[in-house]
Ligand binder design. Structure first.
Ligand SMILES: [Zn+2]
Length: 146
């Protein structure tokens, strides 16, 4: 037993740790998911189901009940603009794209991520090479095909 935090994995979680993950989700991961959404909406319009699969690919299991309110909230904030097929009825798929305001937010967020990454990953490793935050692993983990 090496401590609770070390044992948390997001994708495959036992019930025993679920409470901790709920806190982690509420306090921190919700913001990460919003960053993912901003980033992807900036590349191409996205819809909820696609985003659920994309976040799953990153190891996050998010229900529609969590994701859709996030999208709606980000639309209310003016960061996303949703557009649904006018002939698709009430349950028509809605495609979200990044607005100009959303693009500004994303650019500020990127600067913050860079700052955070430099301190929490790069510098933490330099100062403590035996740290478990080893750069090769971190690099591998963030390498994407898109
Ligand atoms: Zn992604």
């Amino acid at each position: 037993m090496t401590g609770v935090n070390r044992d948390i994995t997001i994708a495959n979680i036992g019930n025993r740790k679920r409470a901790h993950v709920k806190e982690l989700e509420r306090e921190i991961l919700l913001s990460f998911w919003k960053v993912h959404i901003l980033h992807h909406a900036g590349e191409q319009p996205l819809h909820g189901q696609w985003m659920i699969l994309e976040l799953r690919r990153h190891g996050y299991e998010i229900s529609p009940g969590t994701l859709y309110p996030l999208l709606h909230r980000m639309e209310r904030l003016g960061w996303l603009k949703g557009k649904s097929d006018p002939h698709g009825g009430k349950r028509a798929r809605k495609d979200y794209r990044l607005t100009g305001e959303g693009r500004k937010v994303l650019s500020v967020v990127r600067e913050n991520i860079e700052e955070l990454y430099d301190e929490v990953i790069e510098r933490a490793f330099r100062n403590n090479p035996k740290s478990k935050f080893q750069i090769p692993n971190a690099r591998k983990k963030t390498k994407r095909t898109h």
